[in-house]
Design a protein. Sequence first.
Length: 225
Amino acid sequence: MHAIVAVKSLRSAKSRLAGELDSDARADLVLAMLHDTLATVAAVSAIDSVTVVTPDPTVAALAYSVGVTVYADPAPDGARTNGATPRTEETLNAALSAAAADIRAKRGVVDLVVLQADLPAMQPSELTEAVAAARSGGRSVVVDHHGTGTSALFACGESALDPRFGPESALGHANSGARPLNGQWPGLRTDVDTHADLGTVRALGVGPATSASLTRLKATPSNSR
Ligand SMILES: Nc1nc2c(ncn2[C@@H]2O[C@H](COP(=O)(O)OP(=O)(O)OP(=O)(O)O)[C@@H](O)[C@H]2O)c(=O)[nH]1
Ligand SMILES: C=C(OP(=O)(O)O)C(=O)O
């Protein structure tokens, strides 16, 4: 199976944390969570390759440093609609579809999983179980801990990826035929978007890079709210 992980430009990442963290702190946290997410993916033997999809050179450098492939997001923020701000879900889903097409053009029919980049409490055992469940066929989805979003979208065999990330993506994926996967996977289901999510992953236990980032944040007075 091949994993795809999308990360937007660091300057616009994690905007929902802007009330608590300044832009440098948000970038630091995004890179740390990506690092831990990729480390967990690397520990899952059923996933043999990974592509990070990003327009951001710093994110790409991190991906290269841990030995994963980078697919340059074909149209970085703001470039797709003649200056009008495109909606995240349009740019994200377009980037994911382009990456999936590129991977399958190069490797033939390969099972795919899109994983969120901000799963710092995910355990290898959780992802291993989800991959095994997904392999019974077709398109399937791991709904996030809120019950509304998507932590992982699988497309096995000949199935098209057909990503529908964005608001209410759990419903969007289910309504387009993706099978919800059942499993007690709190780390896999907890992507970090808000301050409350940070508390949840802290309680579950985060990977070392995220733990170090959170320690740095606490030590920075402007981010100590
Ligand atoms: N390559 C790429 N990744 C994207 C794009 N839009 C969103 N992403 C990534 O997709 C995931 C979910 O996106 P969002 O929830 O919109 O962004 P976020 O940075 O997590 O949080 P907010 O800014 O608070 O919405 C994150 O890992 C983003 O970095 C895009 O246009 N291109
Ligand atoms: C885009 C999504 O993620 P987030 O929860 O990070 O907005 C999603 O769940 O479809």
